[in-house]
Design a protein around this ligand. Structure first.
Ligand SMILES: Nc1nc2c(ncn2[C@@H]2O[C@H](COP(=O)(O)OP(=O)(O)OP(=O)(O)O)[C@@H](O)[C@H]2O)c(=O)[nH]1
Ligand SMILES: [Mg+2]
Length: 343
């Protein structure tokens, strides 16, 4: 499969051709973009067998992008590695496979949580625990969260994210509107209750506050097919729990199929917020050290890219270009093209 051109290369091309920028500024931006291209975000995804880890990975990042890491013996219970361009996923079984297997999984997950990168920083940027919304007994999942993950998470508890999947079948398929792909009121209440009780069970056992969400990764089953629900809400949460300067690279690996992102609870403009979050991280990262202060850009980012519903392209062109021009305008204009698929 041919790899898609990296967005930092596209950006670099546009910047090179921009004759409003001087050579030194261009060189600085090029160097920033090269560094950005190498950023890795390491995500540990875990949860009980069948909760929807693989489905979630494919929905978020695109089916044909995830390839299974090398050197993995399927007979062992090792964590599987899916290496995308910039996002690296570690797919681990949760608990609930019997005493011996559980012990092995817990050991592997714990080891992963303590692993460090070549700079000595903790490798794992984010732990996504997926709960099966259709399951009555989430006891083993809480054991996983409360006894295995949280105690070994270190100071930064923000690295933990809990998401309840299979919202569509949480009431055995009742109260899901298949035509419109959303939950009817009764199911909404049921799911909200599930979110609350999940939060409570973690808080009471560990003192840690999490903000779980519910979603559906969707499915494809022969002729049967259902798009995800609240996937954009999950994506935004993932971005918000990732370090600001690392967020940019999700633009490379996110699923480019716009159908995946369209159905959600509409409590917020998740897609707009994803766009602005990404655009801000890219713009800040690209302009670091260039002759326009990144604080100016940061402020501008939220004003410009934050406008709900408006295409980043137009907004950037009009506002950034008009007000400061130069570096911000050039980067902003180029950034906008990256999101043409994300309507
Ligand atoms: N209805 C519905 N089915 C789902 C959803 N997510 C996953 N599934 C189905 O649940 C089954 C298991 O999904 P997987 O993604 O393979 O789950 P997993 O956690 O990767 O499973 P293991 O790797 O075996 O631990 C599949 O048949 C999926 O199609 C969802 O949101 N709604
Ligand atoms: Mg799987």
């Amino acid at each position: 499969m041919q790899k898609e051109e990296h967005f930092t290369d596209k950006l670099a091309n546009d910047i090179q051709r921009d004759d409003t920028l001087d050579a030194a500024t261009k060189a600085q931006i090029m160097s920033n973009l090269r560094k950005m291209k190498d950023i890795k975000v390491n995500i540990l995804i875990t949860g009980a067998t069948g909760c929807g880890k693989s489905s979630t990975i494919n929905a978020l990042f695109g089916e044909n992008k995830a390839k299974v890491g090398q050197g993995v013996d399927p007979e062992t219970m090792e964590i599987r590695k899916h290496e995308l361009s910039n996002i690296v996923l570690y797919d681990s079984p949760g608990l609930g496979d019997g005493k011996e297997a559980d012990l092995e999984h817990a050991k592997n997950i714990t080891a992963k949580l303590y692993e460090t990168d070549d700079k000595g920083n903790l490798l794992i940027d984010l732990v996504l625990v997926i709960l099966d919304g259709g399951s009555r007994d989430l006891g083993t999942s809480f054991q996983l969260i409360n006894k295995v993950i949280i105690p070994n998470l270190g100071e930064d508890k923000k690295r933990l994210l809990v998401a309840i999947n299979q919202a569509d079948v949480a009431m055995k398929g009742r109260n899901w509107n298949h035509e419109k792909n959303f939950p009817e009121l009764e199911l909404v209440d049921f799911l909200d209750e599930k979110v609350k009780s999940t939060q409570k069970r973690i808080k009471e056992a560990t003192g840690v506050d999490v903000e779980p969400i519910y979603y559906s990764a969707g499915y494809k089953d022969g002729d049967q097919k259902q798009n995800p629900y609240n996937l954009s809400k999950l994506m935004l949460l993932i971005l918000q729990h990732t370090k600001q300067e690392k967020r940019a690279v999700f633009a490379q690996d996110m699923n480019k199929d716009s159908k995946m992102w369209k159905d959600d609870d509409r409590l917020s403009d998740y897609r707009g917020e994803i766009r602005s979050t990404l655009a801000e991280s890219i713009t800040n990262g690209a302009s670091t050290g260039a002759d326009i202060g990144s604080n100016i850009l940061g402020g501008l980012g939220s004003i410009v890219f934050g406008s709900a519903g408006e295409r980043v392209g137009e907004a950037v062109g009009k506002v950034v270009g008009g007000v400061v021009g130069g570096v911000a305008g050039a980067i902003g204009g180029a950034v906008s093209k990256i999101f043409s698929w994300f309507d």
